[in-house]
Design a binder for this molecule. Structure first.
Ligand code: SIN
Length: 514
């Protein structure tokens, strides 16, 4: 069965929906999402908020400065300029479309503070900002007559004809479907589910990166994974993100003796950038041999419960009071800075194929994303990709990628793994702190699994296929980059090495063939 449209959008998070809203004026749009409910995406889980320079004491230049400092020397300056300059208008537009951002008594946006931001600049809707943004975009897009949305539709491969992407092969409720369009946007979100411990929902299995890789597109910077420092770690209960906004509003990190320990590791304390806070937690746990906790007990309890109702409920379900108890926390995989290499207009290296949001690597986050920049990224780059899709097919000249070095390989195909085996391996060997021995082991094991999938004729991007491909790309990137920077920490190369590694690095399946 075949469906045709002028524009095909894979994914229904903020990037996909913002793109669809723009594309609807220019032709028919088919939005495909594998979630049973189209509103299920990483976007809906974003708690803290959306950063934009809308405050009186702020400016795009200051926002750019903070974004680049968090990015640890590797941000693409043009991408950052687009994000911070265009961002405020897109956020105001969302408010006009009905997003209920919290406001001060005089009507100005109420702005939160988060780690590594030098001023208050995070707009929020209590502690469920992503859910509110998803609601507004979803309401708008689903009312547009030129947009058709199919949920429960999973892309298994991209259609490539004479080097140009012309659509995707899809399974929709067990029915095979070919969705054709001159321009296809990957807006499939992140890949946190490749790790055992993650803040991401089950849909975040990195499908877009795997689809693009198999279609021959370049993939960049996959070694840079952000581990969120404060995920609720109550034994025998699912992990739950405790927003950075808590620390922004004064929460403390305490060790087993009840001491605030962050200043021992970082001058900015609890408000250092996420990679630094996450690694400090791991070091403190190793030093004391006990988990660390997050505490708001020194703040006004009624205010805490009113400002963070969703988090207070989540704590209550686990038998804890957010306002008065010490809540056990530990880091978990949260966001992938790398992805499908694009220019700042969403063009990939394959004509007709575009990418925006977490699946893409514009270089806007460098080696580590500034808190609350991802919803903004989805809005700004979703809209930019939509503008270039109107002139499809275009391909980006992503020329500045350093090719990956020689990698160890498996001697033969092994067995097709269970998805949980991939997640265990990644958490153990490619997690918060890596070294050559663990990474070399991981690359070989993942290569054996990859070959096993091919030997079994499983070339489609099913869940296992996506996880293995993405994990293998991450492990290769992490083994290749012999330095520590942003979200990539090597125990055997603990320093940042600007002389050799001030570069984006990447590869495509074509490089491997040549
Ligand atoms: C958080 O609220 O801490 C997560 C939001 C983000 O990743 O920017």
């Amino acid at each position: 069965m075949r469906e045709s449209a002028d524009f095909l959008v894979l994914g229904s998070g903020v990037a996909g929906l913002r793109a669809a809203a723009a594309l609807a004026a220019h032709g028919s749009v088919l939005v495909l999402t594998k979630a049973p409910e189209a509103s299920e995406s990483n976007t809906g889980y974003a708690q803290g908020g959306i950063a934009a320079a809308v405050g009186n004491d702020d400016s795009p230049a200051l926002h750019a400065h903070d974004t680049e400092a968090a990015g640890d020397g590797l941000c693409d300056h043009d991408a950052v300029a687009a994000l911070v300059t265009d961002g405020p208008a897109y956020v105001r537009e969302l408010a006009e479309w009905g997003a209920a951002f919290d406001r001060e008594a005089d009507g100005r946006f109420s702005l939160g503070r988060e780690g590594a931001h030098s001023v208050r600049r995070v707009l929020h809707s209590r502690d469920a900002t992503g859910r509110e943004i998803a609601r507004v975009l979803w309401t708008r897009v689903s009312s547009l007559p030129s947009v058709r949305i199919l949920s429960g539709a999973r892309a298994m491969s991209l259609v490539i004809e004479r080097g140009v992407c012309t659509g995707a092969r899809v399974v929709h409720h067990e029915r095979r479907l070919e969705a054709r369009a001159p321009a296809t946007l990957l807006a499939t979100g992140g890949a946190g589910r490749v790790f055992r411990e993650t803040t991401n929902p089950p849909v975040a299995t990195g499908d877009g990166v795997a689809l693009a890789w198999h279609a021959g597109a370049a993939v960049a910077d996959m070694e840079f994974v952000q581990f969120h420092p404060t995920v609720m770690a109550v034994p025998h209960t699912p992990r739950f993100l405790l927003s950075e906004a808590l620390r922004g509003d004064g929460a403390w990190l305490l060790n087993v003796d009840g001491e605030r320990f962050m200043a021992r590791y970082e001058p900015a304390g609890e408000l250092a950038s996420r990679d630094l806070v996450a690694r400090a937690i791991v070091r403190e746990e190793a030093r004391t041999g006990a988990p660390v906790t997050l505490s708001m007990a020194h703040l006004d309890a009624a205010w805490v419960r009113q400002r963070f109702p969703t988090l207070a409920d989540a704590c209550r379900e686990r038998g804890l009071d957010l306002a008065t108890d010490r809540v056990p926390v530990s880091p978990a995989a949260h966001y992938v800075m790398g992805g499908v290499a694009t220019d700042i207009d969403g063009c990939t290296t394959v004509p007709g194929l575009y990418a925006a949001g977490e699946v893409a690597c514009t270089g806007v986050h460098g080696a580590n994303r500034l808190a609350s920049n991802s919803l903004l990224e989805g809005l700004v780059f979703g809209a930019r990709a939509a503008a270039s899709m109107q002139h499809a097919p275009r391909a980006a000249a992503v020329t500045a990628l350093r090719p990956r070095g020689r990698m160890p390989e498996a001697r033969e195909a092994t067995v097709v793994p269970d998805p949980d085996a991939v997640r265990e391996l990644m958490w153990r060997d490619v997690g918060l702190v890596r070294d050559a021995a663990s990474l070399g082991r991981a690359v070989v094991t993942l290569d054996g699994w990859r070959r096993a999938l091919l030997a079994a004729g499983r070339e489609d991007v099913d869940t296992t296929g996506a996880l293995v491909t993405v994990a293998w790309l991450m492990a290769r990137g992490a083994l290749d980059r012999a330095e520590s920077r942003g979200g990539h920490a090597r125990a055997d190369f603990p320093e940042r090495d600007d002389l050799h590694w001030m570069v984006h690095a990447g590869e495509s399946a074509h490089d491997q063939d040549s």
